[in-house]
Design a protein around this ligand. Structure first.
Ligand SMILES: Cc1cc2nc3c(=O)[nH]c(=O)nc-3n(C[C@H](O)[C@H](O)[C@H](O)COP(=O)(O)O)c2cc1C
Length: 349
């Protein structure tokens, strides 16, 4: 029996993770996400997670132009489910640690101990410039220093009755946050840089990794596992995968091809520029795109046999503790995955 963890990345933004006019278009509604969460629990997934996103990428699909707020949605989904872990995302750059600490104490209570906090720095300037909350002066390293201080503050507020702390970024003066959570919420982090992995090893229980190859992913996974172990703690590693499943490899491949055909190049440019890539470079890249770019993450297409083997290969080669799954059409695709692939992943030794 495998102890790997599998979860689902909820489509909290319209279009989910497909940037395409011809792919299914999940709605950024509570009703859509609620059904995904309930199905995830029913098929036996371990966690549900949502991102926090404040501005979309435009294009003909208005990709992620509509998003719900992560904490609010996950709190409701805690009530709609009873077993899956509930991982919501928090931006350290815009939420004061005392506010975040109490929000997650509340989510931990609502969920009966299933809460997880995905801590993100806030790296995408346009999301915060639109609010007047982007600090141009902060470097990548500064943002991680801020996030470390933020996380220290949250951890102290979860365990100490009164916190006084004067750091470069935060001032707490006899600050109270009671009740304390009955158990500490799980901490997740999804940085991609070496500095991000340092943060993960030091503070997180779970790290989301992305890499250019499986070998590189294995190196990252080892680095997080080893660095955490040196600090006397444990941090699990996960990655993301989009699954296009059908009865045969050919049918699944045809579906993926049909999704790729409608690639929304304008939204692709919007996504890349949101990462800080200059517009002309992003445009040149989108002009040369062949279609597979409609998938925002690595993906697998195939029959249950093929998908099962592919997932095993990723998890084993990259020495991951689990995967977060994405489906083009969650309502149609997730239950067949739960019936034909998940039981075999669970049964693997
Ligand atoms: C699974 C996953 C989820 C993420 N969720 C968010 C999010 O909700 N909001 C956000 O601003 N960034 C999110 N990010 C981006 C990361 O926080 C981070 O900025 C990015 O991976 C770059 O890594 P770095 O900060 O180490 O350079 C996510 C990344 C991954 C891989």
């Amino acid at each position: 029996m495998s102890d790997k963890e599998y979860g689902v990345f909820l489509p909290i933004g319209n279009g989910g993770w497909m940037i395409s006019e011809t792919a299914p278009h999940p709605e950024a509604t509570y009703a859509y996400n609620r059904r995904v969460a309930v199905d995830a629990e029913a098929i036996g997934l371990d966690f549900i997670m949502s991102m926090a996103k404040w501005k979309g990428f435009g294009g003909t699909t208005d990709h992620w132009g509509q998003t719900l707020e992560s904490m609010t949605m996950m709190s409701a989904l805690a009530e709609a489910t009873s077993r899956v872990k509930i991982w919501a995302t928090m931006h350290a750059n815009i939420h004061h640690p005392a506010i975040a600490a109490k929000m997650y104490t509340t989510l931990q209570d609502v969920s009966g101990g299933r809460a997880g906090m995905n801590i993100v720095n806030g790296s995408y300037a346009a999301e915060f410039q639109q609010m007047g909350l982007w600090d141009e002066a902060l470097s990548h390293a500064d943002r991680y220093r801020m996030t470390e201080e933020w996380t220290e503050a949250v951890n102290r507020l979860w365990t100490e009755d009164s916190v006084t702390m004067k750091s470069d970024f935060f001032t707490l003066e006899d600050c109270e946050s009671r009740p304390h959570p009955a158990s500490r919420p799980t901490i997740i982090s999804a940085g991609r840089s070496d500095r991000g992995r340092e943060f993960q090893a030091k503070y997180a229980d779970g790290a989301f990794l992305s890499a250019d190859s499986l070998d590189q992913m294995r190196d990252f996974s080892r680095s997080v596992h080893d660095r955490a172990a040196e600090l006397g703690r444990q941090c699990k590693t996960y990655s993301m995968l989009t699954v296009v499943l059908d009865e045969t490899d050919a049918a699944a491949e045809a579906k993926a091809k049909a999704y790729s055909a409608g690639l929304d190049k304008q939204a692709l440019i919007g996504m890349r520029t949101s990462w800080g890539i200059p517009a002309d470079v992003a445009r040149a890249w989108a002009d040369g795109a062949t279609g597979a770019e409609a998938f925002q993450t690595p993906y697998v297409t195939g029959s249950p046999d093929t998908v099962h083997a592919h997932i095993r290969q990723i998890v084993d080669t990259a020495e991951l503790d689990g995967l977060m799954l994405i489906f083009p059409d969650y309502h149609a695709d997730m239950i067949p995955f739960g019936e034909t692939v998940l039981p075999r992943l669970r049964a693997d030794g």
